[in-house]
Design a binder for this molecule. Structure first.
Ligand code: CUK
Ligand code: CUA
Length: 639
């Protein structure tokens, strides 16, 4: 029998071969079926059937695609500045980046999560994590704008986030890296004594979707990787994969993968909520920011929060459990009925499927093999439904089609495998090009998957598209899964590196999409709600230009009286009340880029004159036949 180390080295060697050598072009002509083009074809003027939201990975943003066409509709800026629409440059949006670490205008986003009602997507909000500087953002799906960002305190790498419960009660997240809490200057090799893991429960306001950090559960210093919440019968429970149960602090000699098994954490969050009610928490002083956009003004502002509430499993019995999971698990996915939990061990040759009923029985019978820091460890055999033997190499993520099948990506062997969850039988496998990470089936993580399509998001692109220098777009591949066999029907490029994605029927979003903001609802303090109100007001060194834009002029268009040392605030209100008529604004030498203003909205550009003279400004969005005439001058005189 191979020992674990040699299995590990074999896997590493295999992956090295794949990465370095064997991404040779495979003949996909035999894979793509004759009618593939018509299956992915959406005729001019027709709409796609699904919206597909993809995380942006290291871009920190979210992108919106249509399925089955694979057409890119929009990039929604979330954690990073975005020149296309001025997000993070305008005075209204800058506060979105405030954190307890200062202003952080670039992050890494991995997982998106659509809001749910009764275990199905409801099309109201989209949540996404900020991985590096731990945060969760909320996007309003009527406007496709980021409207809220909540920092999560005392964690490092909020990778395991944000996973929603079936009625959008909570978003669950876990720290990827355990760290000293509170942060302090300690030797790194004091990891075992000083480093702590936290699992965070963010409560959602059921009406507004607004997030608040309800409580954090103190956990052993492991790495918490991915989570899913139960549904149906398992509603009320969270499941999280962990790795590095060795608590190693250096990966030299693959410290973190010595053990044969890591642990799956199982949390009864309803019980946790009861402990909160009963006051079983301790309050800790900390600092984190909550940034929200005021609905009536469109202005973001930040509030610093100073305390957090901690539940410790030692004081709260029957709240947290562990069960062994094959080594270095990554994905953790719950099937539509809520009965099966799939743990994907990246470095294990097999996949373990847990049974919720069996787990509950084991807990009831106290079928434990011991405990870790007061957290009972469930006997592995008692919780397992079965093992899917040798399905492929490097299983990462699993989604479901609602017909009893699971689909798992295999990073190392570059394929998607379809298997029967109940019977643990493999029924189909198809190559992907190359090395898929996550995959998405519309509704594939909900109680009622829509099935039909599967998108594999590949980590390696190599030769799939025309080369664009060293930086290649990432590659997504669309499969038709309506039949017994998966059919590859389309390759399409993606922006940055999508990790997870979710897809929802267009009918759940399209009817609610806002076409413009109503001018009478605009309560921005510097709005000019009509061209007659356009004016310039001076307050000491601050000059406020109340500017309006409507096809086809900017008012005022000649501005004088500005002196060196002034700060000029151009508050541009777009007076249009029609769909698809933004106006742009750019002023020469602006130290702060440009603006793009949606109909009915006000946006502000801060401009600090750099030398005396007369400088041009103009609209940047070709808005009418007189667009080129939409311009003006600002005169700057010596102080
Ligand atoms: S992760 Cu990237 S492939 Cu950040 Cu969910 Cu698995
Ligand atoms: Cu407004 Cu061009």
């Amino acid at each position: 029998m191979l020992n674990t180390k040699s299995i590990f080295h074999t896997l590493i060697a295999l992956s090295a071969i794949l990465v370095l050598g064997s991404c040779e072009q495979r003949d996909t002509k035999t894979v793509v079926q004759g009618d593939a083009a018509s299956m992915a074809y959406v005729a001019p003027g027709e709409y796609d059937e699904f919206y597909c939201f993809m995380s942006g990975g290291y871009s920190g943003q979210v992108t919106v695609y249509g399925l089955p066409s694979g057409r890119l509709f929009k990039e929604i800026p979330v954690f990073s500045q975005y020149p296309e629409n001025g997000y993070g440059y305008s005075e209204e949006t800058k506060p979105m980046f405030n954190t307890s670490y200062g202003m952080v205008p670039w992050d890494d986003s991995h997982h998106i999560e659509l809001s749910q009602t009764d275990g199905e997507f409801d099309g109201r909000w989209l949540f996404v994590n900020g991985n590096n500087t731990p945060r969760i953002a909320r996007i309003d799906l009527t406007t496709f704008e980021t409207v809220e960002i909540l920092e999560i305190p005392d964690v490092a790498g909020l990778h395991c986030a944000p996973f929603i419960t079936e009625n959008s009660e909570y978003l669950v997240s876990g720290t990827r890296f355990s760290v000293p809490i509170p942060q302090q200057d300690v030797p790194i090799d004091s990891y075992k004594e000083n480093f702590v893991g936290l699992i965070n429960y963010v409560k959602l306001d059921q009406e507004t979707g607004e997030m608040s950090l309800d409580f954090q559960i103190e956990m052993p210093g492991y790495n918490y990787d991915l989570a899913r919440n139960g549904k149906g019968k398992s509603h009320g429970w969270s499941f999280l994969t962990t790795y590095n149960s060795e608590q190693a602090h250096t990966l030299l000699e693959v410290n973190a993968s010595q053990k044969d098994k890591d642990l799956l954490a199982i949390i009864n969050w309803k019980k946790a909520a009861e402990y909160m009610e009963a006051g079983k928490f301790t309050e800790r002083t900390t600092s984190y920011y909550h940034n929200t956009v005021d609905h009536s003004t469109g202005i973001a502002s930040s509030e610093e929060m100073k305390t957090t509430r901690i539940l410790n499993p030692k004081d709260c019995p029957d709240m947290v459990y562990f069960i062994p999971v094959p080594k270095s698990p990554h994905g953790c996915d719950v099937n539509p009925t809520g009965e099966y939990i799939v743990g994907n061990g990246k470095l294990s040759a097999d996949m373990t499927v847990y049974s919720f009923d069996k787990l509950m029985k084991a807990i009831e019978n106290k079928d434990f093999t011991g405990d870790i820091d007061g957290i009972p460890v469930i006997n592995y055999e008692s919780g397992v439904h079965g093992i899917l033997k040798k399905p492929g190499l490097g299983p990462l993520h699993t989604e479901f089609d609602g017909k009893g099948f699971a689909y798992t990506t295999f990073f190392i062997s570059s394929e998607v495998v379809k298997w029967n969850v109940e019977k643990l039988e493999i029924v189909d496998r198809q190559s992907t090009f190359y090395s898929p990470g996550h995959l998405v089936i519309p509704g594939g993580e909900t109680k009622k998957p829509y099935g039909k399509y599967l998108v594999a998001m590949n980590k390696i692109t190599k030769d799939r598209f025309l080369p664009t220098g060293p930086e290649l777009c990432h590659s997504a591949q669309l499969f038709d899964i309506s039949g017994d066999k998966m059919k590859l029907i389309l390759d399409f490029p993606t922006k940055a590196e999508p990790h997870y994605a979710q897809a929802i029927p267009a009918s759940k979003i399209q009817p609610n999409s806002v076409k413009y903001f109503k001018i009478e609802d605009n309560k921005h303090p510097y709005a000019a709600l009509g061209e007659a109100k356009a004016r310039v007001e001076r307050e000491g060194k601050d000059v406020h230009v109340y500017m309006t834009a409507i096809r086809s002029h900017l008012a005022p268009d000649n501005i004088e009286g500005i002196k060196m040392g002034d700060k000029v605030y151009f508050h541009l209100t777009n007076l249009e009340q029609d769909w698809d008529v933004p106006h742009g604004f750019a002023v020469q030498g602006a130290n702060n880029a440009e603006l793009l203003v949606m109909p009915g909205q006000t946006r502000t550009l801060l401009w600090e004159p750099f030398k005396p003279g007369v400088f041009a400004f103009y609209c940047t969005d070709f808005c009418s036949a007189l667009h080129q005439e939409m311009s003006g001058y600002v005169r700057v005189s010596p102080a």
